[in-house]
Design a protein around this ligand. Structure first.
Ligand code: VTB
Length: 314
């Protein structure tokens, strides 16, 4: 089912307003308060929309998140039935420390079409549309993936650029990439943005890989699907609590590798508004008594664009 284009503006407003409500907390070194401002704003504004919405990815489960918890119903109940994935403030550290790259992010799809992801880590791989879909795979060796990308792009391996989170858990991968002479972009947080850097040659990233948050993986996949890029993810369940939770969510094979069309089906809308300026979009600016926001929007069935919005101070 195609999602009504009129929903696009409504969802741009949702993430734009969340970004604006975060603005006063940028650089205050308090990520909890910034996250709460974004979460409050999103919840309040989603609840007045004519949608029959349900959170499938949010701030956590009911016992750990009072708002935007998985399963929470949102909207007036009068409009289309949609599933919502939301990360009100992606890159909480960035906002708290006034560093580049914090975003307010939402993705929607028709009911049942957006994967209900557990709050656990995910091993991810994202590659641009200029590489054949079968050239890379989470099950291939790192060497094979890099070699195939280089071949597809007619580049030397030393010209390949890989983006991943700078974490001790990636020590081995980083060493292998160094040995291969691949160029690295090691990000401290914000792996939704990281994954989206494969969408356009201007970002100069050939592959995004490594282990990050599962919910962030699903959000990135929603946009990557509209860009016709490749994404694969495999959840990593460490504790028994994680495993039981996954089983309760209906995941039978805990080692399953998910393809993009198993994570997001049919039409979707994705909006990411900048809070602090990053690679994808500018942060919120205040000019002449107006806030100016920039939002990356993808609507799978119609458009991909960056939308600037002016919102008067109220
Ligand atoms: C990433 C990143 C987030 O968490 O998913 C990461 O996108 C994964 O968790 O911005 P660890 O920090 O435990 O590695 C964030 O960095 C913070 O939510």
């Amino acid at each position: 089912m195609i999602l009504d284009k009129k929903l696009i503006d409504k969802f741009i407003n949702i993430t734009s307003n969340a970004a604006i409500s975060c603005k006063k907390y940028i650089g205050k070194n308090d990520k909890i308060i910034a996250d709460k401002a974004a979460t409050d704003s999103i919840r309040k504004n989603l609840n007045i929309l004519d949608i029959d919405g349900k959170v499938v990815i949010g701030e956590g489960e009911l016992d750990e998140a009072p708002m935007l918890y998985i399963g929470e119903k949102l909207g007036t109940g009068k409009g289309p039935s949609i599933d919502i994935a939301v990360d009100p403030l992606e890159g909480t550290n960035f906002a708290a420390k006034n560093l580049p790259g914090s975003l307010s992010v939402i993705a929607i799809a028709s009911k049942g079409n957006l994967f209900n992801a557990p709050e656990t880590y995910m091993d991810k791989l994202a590659v641009g549309k200029d590489v054949p879909k079968d050239a890379t795979d989470l099950d291939f060796s790192l060497e094979k993936n890099i070699k195939n990308i280089a071949e597809a792009k007619n580049k030397d391996i030393s010209q390949i650029n890989a983006c991943l989170l700078d974490r001790p858990r990636h020590k081995e991968i980083i060493k292998k990439l160094n040995d291969l002479k691949v160029n690295l972009k090691l990000i401290s947080d914000g792996d939704i943005s990281g994954a989206l850097l494969v969408t356009d040659v201007k970002y100069n990233i050939d592959i995004f890989l490594g282990i990050g948050g599962g919910p962030e993986g699903v959000l990135a996949a929603s946009a990557l699907d509209a860009f016709n890029c490749k994404f694969q993810g495999r959840f990593l369940f460490k504790t028994d609590k994680d495993k039981n939770r996954a089983k309760k969510m209906g995941i039978k094979d805990l080692n399953k590798k998910y393809e993009i069309n198993e994570i997001i089906k049919g039409d979707s809308i994705f909006c990411a508004t900048g809070i602090t300026t990053g690679d994808l979009v500018k942060g919120v600016e205040l000019k002449n008594e107006k806030f100016i926001t920039e939002t990356l929007v993808t609507h799978k069935s119609s458009t991909i664009k960056i939308v600037k919005k002016e919102v008067p101070i109220t």
